[in-house]
Design a binder for this molecule. Structure first.
Ligand SMILES: C[S@@+](CC[C@H](N)C(=O)[O-])C[C@H]1O[C@@H](n2cnc3c(N)ncnc32)[C@H](O)[C@@H]1O
Length: 453
Protein backbone atom coordinates (compact mmCIF):
# COMPACT_ATOMS: atom_id res chain seq x y z
CA UNK A 1 0.00 0.00 0.00
CA UNK A 2 1.15 3.56 -0.70
CA UNK A 3 2.20 5.28 2.46
CA UNK A 4 0.54 8.47 1.28
CA UNK A 5 -2.92 8.34 -0.22
CA UNK A 6 -5.17 11.29 -0.91
CA UNK A 7 -8.80 11.13 0.20
CA UNK A 8 -11.83 12.99 -1.01
CA UNK A 9 -11.64 16.24 0.88
CA UNK A 10 -14.77 18.18 1.68
CA UNK A 11 -15.16 21.77 0.46
CA UNK A 12 -14.92 22.97 4.06
CA UNK A 13 -11.63 21.19 4.65
CA UNK A 14 -10.15 22.58 1.44
CA UNK A 15 -11.11 26.10 2.43
CA UNK A 16 -9.48 25.96 5.89
CA UNK A 17 -6.02 27.19 4.84
CA UNK A 18 -3.74 27.33 1.82
CA UNK A 19 -1.39 24.64 3.13
CA UNK A 20 -4.01 22.59 4.95
CA UNK A 21 -3.31 18.87 5.15
CA UNK A 22 -6.74 18.04 6.57
CA UNK A 23 -8.05 14.91 4.89
CA UNK A 24 -4.58 13.59 3.90
CA UNK A 25 -4.05 9.93 4.78
CA UNK A 26 -0.72 8.43 5.81
CA UNK A 27 0.12 4.87 6.74
CA UNK A 28 2.14 5.08 9.95
CA UNK A 29 3.74 3.03 12.71
CA UNK A 30 2.24 4.16 16.02
CA UNK A 31 4.64 4.94 18.84
CA UNK A 32 4.01 5.74 22.53
CA UNK A 33 0.91 7.23 24.08
CA UNK A 34 0.95 10.99 24.76
CA UNK A 35 -0.99 13.07 27.30
CA UNK A 36 -4.44 13.91 25.90
CA UNK A 37 -5.85 10.59 24.61
CA UNK A 38 -3.71 10.06 21.55
CA UNK A 39 -0.50 8.33 20.43
CA UNK A 40 2.56 9.67 18.66
CA UNK A 41 3.41 8.73 15.10
CA UNK A 42 5.72 10.30 12.53
CA UNK A 43 5.37 10.84 8.83
CA UNK A 44 8.21 12.30 6.77
CA UNK A 45 9.72 13.81 9.94
CA UNK A 46 6.49 15.43 11.08
CA UNK A 47 4.83 14.48 14.38
CA UNK A 48 1.23 13.27 14.29
CA UNK A 49 -0.98 12.96 17.36
CA UNK A 50 -3.24 10.10 16.37
CA UNK A 51 -6.51 9.25 18.15
CA UNK A 52 -8.34 5.90 18.04
CA UNK A 53 -5.12 3.91 17.95
CA UNK A 54 -2.77 2.16 20.41
CA UNK A 55 1.01 1.95 20.76
CA UNK A 56 2.59 -0.61 18.41
CA UNK A 57 -0.20 -0.50 15.84
CA UNK A 58 0.17 0.24 12.14
CA UNK A 59 -2.74 2.39 10.95
CA UNK A 60 -3.97 4.68 8.22
CA UNK A 61 -4.04 8.07 9.91
CA UNK A 62 -6.27 10.76 8.41
CA UNK A 63 -5.28 14.33 9.26
CA UNK A 64 -7.98 16.25 11.16
CA UNK A 65 -6.06 19.44 11.98
CA UNK A 66 -2.90 21.13 10.71
CA UNK A 67 -1.12 22.13 7.56
CA UNK A 68 2.24 22.30 5.80
CA UNK A 69 3.53 24.86 8.32
CA UNK A 70 2.21 23.21 11.49
CA UNK A 71 4.61 21.99 14.16
CA UNK A 72 2.49 18.84 14.44
CA UNK A 73 -0.66 17.38 12.93
CA UNK A 74 -3.71 15.88 14.60
CA UNK A 75 -5.15 12.76 13.01
CA UNK A 76 -7.63 9.92 13.48
CA UNK A 77 -6.79 6.27 12.81
CA UNK A 78 -9.42 5.45 10.18
CA UNK A 79 -8.12 1.98 9.36
CA UNK A 80 -6.10 -0.47 11.43
CA UNK A 81 -3.49 -2.30 9.36
CA UNK A 82 -1.94 -4.18 12.32
CA UNK A 83 -3.85 -4.22 15.61
CA UNK A 84 -2.44 -4.20 19.14
CA UNK A 85 -3.31 -7.15 21.41
CA UNK A 86 -4.87 -4.54 23.72
CA UNK A 87 -7.46 -3.53 21.10
CA UNK A 88 -11.10 -4.49 21.69
CA UNK A 89 -14.15 -3.73 19.64
CA UNK A 90 -15.44 -0.41 21.01
CA UNK A 91 -18.52 -1.24 23.13
CA UNK A 92 -20.00 2.20 22.39
CA UNK A 93 -21.60 2.51 18.94
CA UNK A 94 -21.10 6.31 19.01
CA UNK A 95 -17.32 6.25 19.44
CA UNK A 96 -14.74 6.28 16.66
CA UNK A 97 -13.13 8.73 14.25
CA UNK A 98 -15.19 11.92 13.90
CA UNK A 99 -17.79 10.66 16.38
CA UNK A 100 -18.45 11.39 20.10
CA UNK A 101 -15.48 13.07 21.80
CA UNK A 102 -16.43 12.04 25.35
CA UNK A 103 -14.26 8.88 25.57
CA UNK A 104 -10.72 8.35 24.28
CA UNK A 105 -10.09 4.68 24.99
CA UNK A 106 -13.29 2.79 24.08
CA UNK A 107 -11.10 0.63 21.81
CA UNK A 108 -8.69 -0.39 24.62
CA UNK A 109 -9.20 -3.23 27.13
CA UNK A 110 -9.72 -1.90 30.71
CA UNK A 111 -6.26 -3.05 31.94
CA UNK A 112 -4.66 -1.53 28.85
CA UNK A 113 -6.36 1.82 29.51
CA UNK A 114 -4.74 1.91 32.94
CA UNK A 115 -1.34 0.98 31.47
CA UNK A 116 -1.69 3.91 29.04
CA UNK A 117 -2.35 6.20 32.01
CA UNK A 118 0.69 4.77 33.83
CA UNK A 119 2.80 5.63 30.77
CA UNK A 120 1.44 9.18 30.62
CA UNK A 121 2.01 9.87 34.33
CA UNK A 122 5.54 8.40 34.15
CA UNK A 123 6.37 10.52 31.12
CA UNK A 124 5.05 13.74 32.69
CA UNK A 125 6.89 13.13 35.97
CA UNK A 126 10.12 12.42 34.12
CA UNK A 127 9.90 15.28 31.61
CA UNK A 128 8.53 18.04 33.86
CA UNK A 129 9.86 17.09 37.30
CA UNK A 130 12.84 14.84 36.56
CA UNK A 131 11.28 12.12 38.75
CA UNK A 132 11.21 8.36 38.17
CA UNK A 133 8.24 6.42 39.64
CA UNK A 134 10.53 5.29 42.50
CA UNK A 135 11.65 8.90 43.18
CA UNK A 136 7.98 9.86 43.52
CA UNK A 137 7.19 6.92 45.84
CA UNK A 138 4.83 5.48 43.24
CA UNK A 139 4.38 1.74 42.59
CA UNK A 140 3.72 2.50 38.92
CA UNK A 141 0.09 1.39 38.91
CA UNK A 142 -3.22 3.11 38.31
CA UNK A 143 -5.79 1.69 40.72
CA UNK A 144 -9.31 1.00 39.45
CA UNK A 145 -12.24 2.03 41.65
CA UNK A 146 -13.41 -1.21 43.37
CA UNK A 147 -16.86 -1.07 41.74
CA UNK A 148 -15.45 -0.61 38.24
CA UNK A 149 -13.87 -4.03 37.78
CA UNK A 150 -15.67 -5.12 34.63
CA UNK A 151 -14.87 -7.79 32.07
CA UNK A 152 -13.20 -7.04 28.73
CA UNK A 153 -15.70 -5.36 26.40
CA UNK A 154 -17.87 -4.06 29.27
CA UNK A 155 -18.07 -0.44 30.41
CA UNK A 156 -18.48 0.87 33.97
CA UNK A 157 -21.41 3.31 34.21
CA UNK A 158 -19.63 5.86 36.39
CA UNK A 159 -20.43 9.37 35.14
CA UNK A 160 -22.85 11.02 37.62
CA UNK A 161 -22.77 14.36 35.75
CA UNK A 162 -23.23 14.45 31.98
CA UNK A 163 -23.17 17.59 29.83
CA UNK A 164 -25.35 17.11 26.76
CA UNK A 165 -25.30 19.53 23.86
CA UNK A 166 -28.46 19.93 21.79
CA UNK A 167 -28.32 20.06 17.98
CA UNK A 168 -30.42 22.22 15.62
CA UNK A 169 -33.11 19.50 15.49
CA UNK A 170 -33.46 19.52 19.28
CA UNK A 171 -31.67 16.16 19.78
CA UNK A 172 -29.42 15.78 22.81
CA UNK A 173 -25.97 14.39 22.19
CA UNK A 174 -22.32 14.76 23.08
CA UNK A 175 -19.72 16.99 21.47
CA UNK A 176 -17.43 15.60 18.83
CA UNK A 177 -13.71 15.83 19.64
CA UNK A 178 -12.40 19.45 19.47
CA UNK A 179 -15.64 20.52 17.79
CA UNK A 180 -18.92 22.29 18.53
CA UNK A 181 -20.73 19.68 16.44
CA UNK A 182 -23.06 17.31 18.24
CA UNK A 183 -23.04 13.52 18.00
CA UNK A 184 -26.65 12.56 18.86
CA UNK A 185 -26.62 9.52 21.16
CA UNK A 186 -29.45 7.34 22.39
CA UNK A 187 -27.54 6.10 25.44
CA UNK A 188 -24.18 7.10 26.88
CA UNK A 189 -22.61 3.90 28.23
CA UNK A 190 -20.47 5.64 30.86
CA UNK A 191 -23.45 7.59 32.28
CA UNK A 192 -24.43 6.45 35.80
CA UNK A 193 -27.81 4.66 36.01
CA UNK A 194 -29.34 7.71 37.76
CA UNK A 195 -28.43 9.88 34.75
CA UNK A 196 -29.64 7.35 32.16
CA UNK A 197 -32.98 7.02 33.99
CA UNK A 198 -33.67 10.71 33.33
CA UNK A 199 -34.08 9.84 29.63
CA UNK A 200 -32.44 13.06 28.40
CA UNK A 201 -31.47 11.43 25.09
CA UNK A 202 -34.93 10.06 24.34
CA UNK A 203 -36.86 13.36 24.36
CA UNK A 204 -36.59 16.45 22.20
CA UNK A 205 -35.21 19.76 23.44
CA UNK A 206 -36.45 22.48 21.07
CA UNK A 207 -35.07 25.93 21.90
CA UNK A 208 -32.37 24.44 24.15
CA UNK A 209 -28.59 24.72 23.67
CA UNK A 210 -27.39 22.39 26.44
CA UNK A 211 -28.63 20.12 29.23
CA UNK A 212 -26.57 18.95 32.20
CA UNK A 213 -27.91 15.90 34.03
CA UNK A 214 -26.81 15.19 37.60
CA UNK A 215 -27.44 12.07 39.65
CA UNK A 216 -26.34 12.42 43.28
CA UNK A 217 -24.64 9.52 45.05
CA UNK A 218 -26.28 8.13 48.18
CA UNK A 219 -29.50 10.16 47.80
CA UNK A 220 -32.31 10.11 45.26
CA UNK A 221 -31.61 13.72 44.23
CA UNK A 222 -31.55 14.34 40.49
CA UNK A 223 -31.07 17.67 38.78
CA UNK A 224 -31.29 18.98 35.24
CA UNK A 225 -29.63 22.26 34.31
CA UNK A 226 -30.98 23.67 31.06
CA UNK A 227 -29.31 26.35 28.93
CA UNK A 228 -31.84 27.87 26.50
CA UNK A 229 -30.59 28.58 22.96
CA UNK A 230 -29.73 32.29 22.41
CA UNK A 231 -32.91 34.39 22.31
CA UNK A 232 -35.12 31.45 23.44
CA UNK A 233 -37.16 31.26 26.62
CA UNK A 234 -36.90 28.23 28.86
CA UNK A 235 -39.18 25.50 27.50
CA UNK A 236 -41.41 23.59 29.91
CA UNK A 237 -39.27 20.73 31.15
CA UNK A 238 -41.27 17.72 32.23
CA UNK A 239 -39.51 14.48 32.98
CA UNK A 240 -40.92 11.16 34.12
CA UNK A 241 -39.58 11.49 37.65
CA UNK A 242 -39.26 14.36 40.14
CA UNK A 243 -36.08 16.29 39.44
CA UNK A 244 -35.07 19.83 40.22
CA UNK A 245 -34.69 22.03 37.17
CA UNK A 246 -32.27 24.94 36.89
CA UNK A 247 -31.86 27.45 34.09
CA UNK A 248 -28.64 29.10 32.92
CA UNK A 249 -29.02 32.74 31.81
CA UNK A 250 -27.06 34.41 29.01
CA UNK A 251 -24.44 35.64 31.49
CA UNK A 252 -23.90 32.12 32.83
CA UNK A 253 -25.89 32.68 36.06
CA UNK A 254 -27.79 29.60 37.28
CA UNK A 255 -31.39 30.06 38.51
CA UNK A 256 -33.83 27.67 40.12
CA UNK A 257 -36.92 26.88 38.03
CA UNK A 258 -38.49 24.26 40.26
CA UNK A 259 -37.40 21.88 42.98
CA UNK A 260 -34.26 22.32 45.08
CA UNK A 261 -31.38 24.49 43.91
CA UNK A 262 -28.89 21.81 44.97
CA UNK A 263 -28.33 18.05 45.22
CA UNK A 264 -27.30 16.13 48.33
CA UNK A 265 -24.29 13.85 47.93
CA UNK A 266 -23.34 11.26 50.58
CA UNK A 267 -19.68 10.54 51.31
CA UNK A 268 -17.49 9.72 54.35
CA UNK A 269 -20.58 9.40 56.55
CA UNK A 270 -21.77 12.96 55.89
CA UNK A 271 -24.29 14.64 53.59
CA UNK A 272 -22.93 17.34 51.28
CA UNK A 273 -25.08 20.05 49.78
CA UNK A 274 -23.78 20.89 46.31
CA UNK A 275 -25.44 23.86 44.60
CA UNK A 276 -25.51 24.27 40.85
CA UNK A 277 -22.14 25.35 39.59
CA UNK A 278 -20.40 23.95 42.68
CA UNK A 279 -17.77 21.24 42.19
CA UNK A 280 -18.29 17.61 43.16
CA UNK A 281 -16.24 14.68 41.90
CA UNK A 282 -18.01 12.97 38.99
CA UNK A 283 -17.17 9.35 39.83
CA UNK A 284 -19.50 8.03 42.57
CA UNK A 285 -16.61 6.48 44.56
CA UNK A 286 -14.17 9.35 44.04
CA UNK A 287 -14.88 11.34 47.20
CA UNK A 288 -14.36 8.29 49.46
CA UNK A 289 -11.26 7.09 47.58
CA UNK A 290 -9.56 10.49 47.54
CA UNK A 291 -10.34 11.29 51.18
CA UNK A 292 -8.94 7.86 52.10
CA UNK A 293 -5.72 8.50 50.15
CA UNK A 294 -5.30 12.00 51.62
CA UNK A 295 -5.82 10.91 55.23
CA UNK A 296 -3.60 7.82 54.81
CA UNK A 297 -0.88 10.04 53.42
CA UNK A 298 -1.13 12.96 55.85
CA UNK A 299 -1.71 10.90 59.03
CA UNK A 300 -3.25 13.89 60.87
CA UNK A 301 -2.45 14.19 64.60
CA UNK A 302 -4.63 15.61 67.36
CA UNK A 303 -4.21 19.35 67.79
CA UNK A 304 -2.70 20.00 64.36
CA UNK A 305 -3.72 22.82 62.05
CA UNK A 306 -4.53 22.26 58.38
CA UNK A 307 -5.30 24.19 55.20
CA UNK A 308 -7.78 22.86 52.62
CA UNK A 309 -7.07 24.91 49.48
CA UNK A 310 -9.48 24.89 46.51
CA UNK A 311 -11.94 23.34 48.97
CA UNK A 312 -15.13 23.19 46.87
CA UNK A 313 -18.03 22.37 49.20
CA UNK A 314 -15.63 21.42 52.01
CA UNK A 315 -14.94 17.68 51.50
CA UNK A 316 -11.32 17.52 52.74
CA UNK A 317 -11.84 20.24 55.37
CA UNK A 318 -14.61 18.13 56.92
CA UNK A 319 -12.59 14.91 56.76
CA UNK A 320 -9.54 16.58 58.34
CA UNK A 321 -11.43 18.46 61.03
CA UNK A 322 -12.90 15.23 62.37
CA UNK A 323 -9.35 13.83 62.79
CA UNK A 324 -7.71 16.83 64.48
CA UNK A 325 -9.41 16.68 67.89
CA UNK A 326 -10.66 19.56 70.07
CA UNK A 327 -7.62 21.80 69.63
CA UNK A 328 -7.17 21.26 65.90
CA UNK A 329 -8.34 23.77 63.31
CA UNK A 330 -8.86 24.00 59.55
CA UNK A 331 -8.78 26.99 57.22
CA UNK A 332 -10.36 26.36 53.82
CA UNK A 333 -10.26 28.63 50.75
CA UNK A 334 -12.46 28.48 47.65
CA UNK A 335 -13.20 31.01 44.89
CA UNK A 336 -16.76 29.95 43.96
CA UNK A 337 -19.28 31.91 46.05
CA UNK A 338 -22.00 29.26 45.90
CA UNK A 339 -19.52 26.52 46.86
CA UNK A 340 -18.38 28.59 49.88
CA UNK A 341 -22.00 28.98 51.03
CA UNK A 342 -22.43 25.21 50.68
CA UNK A 343 -19.14 24.48 52.49
CA UNK A 344 -20.21 26.70 55.42
CA UNK A 345 -23.57 24.91 55.53
CA UNK A 346 -21.99 21.45 55.20
CA UNK A 347 -19.48 22.02 58.01
CA UNK A 348 -21.82 23.98 60.26
CA UNK A 349 -21.65 21.32 63.00
CA UNK A 350 -17.83 21.45 63.23
CA UNK A 351 -16.12 24.15 65.30
CA UNK A 352 -12.71 25.67 64.49
CA UNK A 353 -13.31 25.51 60.73
CA UNK A 354 -12.98 28.78 58.80
CA UNK A 355 -13.94 29.03 55.15
CA UNK A 356 -12.74 32.03 53.16
CA UNK A 357 -14.10 33.13 49.79
CA UNK A 358 -11.60 34.13 47.10
CA UNK A 359 -8.66 32.97 45.05
CA UNK A 360 -6.03 31.05 47.02
CA UNK A 361 -3.24 33.21 45.61
CA UNK A 362 -4.98 36.39 46.83
CA UNK A 363 -6.65 35.24 50.06
CA UNK A 364 -3.81 33.17 51.54
CA UNK A 365 -1.35 36.06 51.89
CA UNK A 366 -4.12 38.15 53.51
CA UNK A 367 -4.97 35.57 56.19
CA UNK A 368 -1.81 36.38 58.13
CA UNK A 369 -1.10 32.65 58.61
CA UNK A 370 2.63 32.07 59.01
CA UNK A 371 2.69 28.33 59.71
CA UNK A 372 0.58 25.20 59.41
CA UNK A 373 1.07 21.48 60.01
CA UNK A 374 -0.80 20.05 57.04
CA UNK A 375 -2.00 21.23 53.63
CA UNK A 376 -4.43 19.68 51.15
CA UNK A 377 -4.31 21.08 47.62
CA UNK A 378 -6.95 20.14 45.06
CA UNK A 379 -6.56 22.76 42.33
CA UNK A 380 -8.30 22.94 38.94
CA UNK A 381 -6.50 21.59 35.85
CA UNK A 382 -4.10 24.53 35.64
CA UNK A 383 -2.46 23.50 38.91
CA UNK A 384 -1.12 25.74 41.69
CA UNK A 385 1.74 27.70 40.11
CA UNK A 386 5.13 28.84 41.36
CA UNK A 387 4.19 31.86 43.56
CA UNK A 388 1.59 29.87 45.54
CA UNK A 389 3.94 26.88 45.88
CA UNK A 390 6.57 29.24 47.33
CA UNK A 391 4.11 30.69 49.79
CA UNK A 392 2.93 27.22 50.88
CA UNK A 393 6.45 25.94 51.45
CA UNK A 394 7.18 29.04 53.56
CA UNK A 395 4.45 27.90 55.99
CA UNK A 396 6.63 24.87 56.85
CA UNK A 397 3.96 22.12 56.71
CA UNK A 398 4.89 18.69 58.02
CA UNK A 399 3.06 17.10 55.06
CA UNK A 400 1.21 18.25 51.95
CA UNK A 401 -1.39 16.20 50.06
CA UNK A 402 -1.69 17.25 46.42
CA UNK A 403 -4.82 15.93 44.68
CA UNK A 404 -4.34 16.36 40.93
CA UNK A 405 -6.64 15.86 37.95
CA UNK A 406 -3.86 16.70 35.48
CA UNK A 407 -0.52 14.83 35.72
CA UNK A 408 1.23 17.58 33.72
CA UNK A 409 0.20 20.31 36.18
CA UNK A 410 1.12 18.00 39.08
CA UNK A 411 4.58 17.34 37.65
CA UNK A 412 5.19 21.06 37.04
CA UNK A 413 4.14 21.94 40.59
CA UNK A 414 6.29 19.09 42.00
CA UNK A 415 9.28 20.69 40.30
CA UNK A 416 8.43 24.02 42.00
CA UNK A 417 8.05 22.25 45.34
CA UNK A 418 11.44 20.56 44.84
CA UNK A 419 13.01 24.00 44.46
CA UNK A 420 11.45 24.94 47.82
CA UNK A 421 12.74 21.80 49.59
CA UNK A 422 9.64 19.54 49.37
CA UNK A 423 9.63 16.15 47.67
CA UNK A 424 6.99 13.47 47.09
CA UNK A 425 7.24 10.54 49.50
CA UNK A 426 4.28 8.70 48.00
CA UNK A 427 2.10 8.94 44.95
CA UNK A 428 -1.07 7.01 44.10
CA UNK A 429 -3.02 7.16 40.86
CA UNK A 430 -6.70 6.29 40.49
CA UNK A 431 -8.75 5.47 37.41
CA UNK A 432 -11.70 7.69 38.30
CA UNK A 433 -12.52 8.42 34.63
CA UNK A 434 -12.63 5.00 32.88
CA UNK A 435 -12.74 4.98 29.06
CA UNK A 436 -11.27 8.51 28.94
CA UNK A 437 -7.64 9.63 29.14
CA UNK A 438 -8.21 11.41 32.46
CA UNK A 439 -6.68 10.16 35.70
CA UNK A 440 -6.54 11.42 39.29
CA UNK A 441 -3.35 11.38 41.40
CA UNK A 442 -2.67 11.97 45.08
CA UNK A 443 0.93 12.92 45.93
CA UNK A 444 2.14 13.27 49.52
CA UNK A 445 5.04 15.69 50.01
CA UNK A 446 7.40 16.18 52.90
CA UNK A 447 10.29 18.55 53.53
CA UNK A 448 13.64 17.11 52.45
CA UNK A 449 15.59 16.35 55.63
CA UNK A 450 19.19 17.44 56.05
CA UNK A 451 21.46 14.71 54.78
CA UNK A 452 18.80 12.98 52.62
CA UNK A 453 19.36 13.17 48.90
C1 LIG B 1 -10.90 20.15 41.62
S1 LIG B 1 -12.03 21.16 42.47
C2 LIG B 1 -11.80 20.57 44.12
C3 LIG B 1 -12.96 20.76 45.08
C4 LIG B 1 -12.92 19.98 46.38
N1 LIG B 1 -11.60 19.89 46.95
C5 LIG B 1 -13.54 18.61 46.24
O1 LIG B 1 -12.83 17.61 46.31
O2 LIG B 1 -14.76 18.50 46.04
C6 LIG B 1 -11.21 22.71 42.41
C7 LIG B 1 -11.94 23.84 43.12
O3 LIG B 1 -11.10 24.98 43.06
C8 LIG B 1 -11.90 26.14 42.88
N2 LIG B 1 -10.96 27.15 42.36
C9 LIG B 1 -10.53 27.33 41.08
N3 LIG B 1 -9.58 28.28 41.04
C10 LIG B 1 -9.40 28.71 42.31
C11 LIG B 1 -8.55 29.66 42.93
N4 LIG B 1 -7.67 30.36 42.20
N5 LIG B 1 -8.63 29.83 44.25
C12 LIG B 1 -9.52 29.13 44.99
N6 LIG B 1 -10.36 28.20 44.47
C13 LIG B 1 -10.29 27.99 43.16
C14 LIG B 1 -13.02 25.68 41.99
O4 LIG B 1 -14.16 26.50 42.13
C15 LIG B 1 -13.26 24.25 42.50
O5 LIG B 1 -14.23 24.24 43.51
Amino acid sequence: MNNRTRTNRTKDQDSTAGGSLVGERYEVEVGPVAHGGHCIARHEGRVLFVRHTLPGERVIAQVTEGGEDSRFLRADAVEVVRASNDRVEAPCPFSGPGRCGGCDWQHAAPGAQRRLKVAVISEQLDRLAGLSPADAGWDGTVEPAPGDKVAKGQVPAWRTRVQYTVDAEGRAGLRRHRSHEVEPVDHCLIAAPGVSELGIESREWPGVAAVEAISATGSSDRQVIVTPAPGERLPIVELDRPVSVMRVDEQGGVHRVHGRGFVRERAIGRTWRVGSGGFWQVHPQAAEILVGAVLDGLKPRKGETALDLYCGVGLFAGALRERLGDRGAVLAIESNKRAVEDARHNLDDLDRVRIELGKVEQVLPRTGISETDLIVLDPPRAGVGKPTVRHLASLGPRRIAYVACDPAALARDLSYFAAEGYRPVSLRAFDLFPMTHHVECVAILEPVREGSA
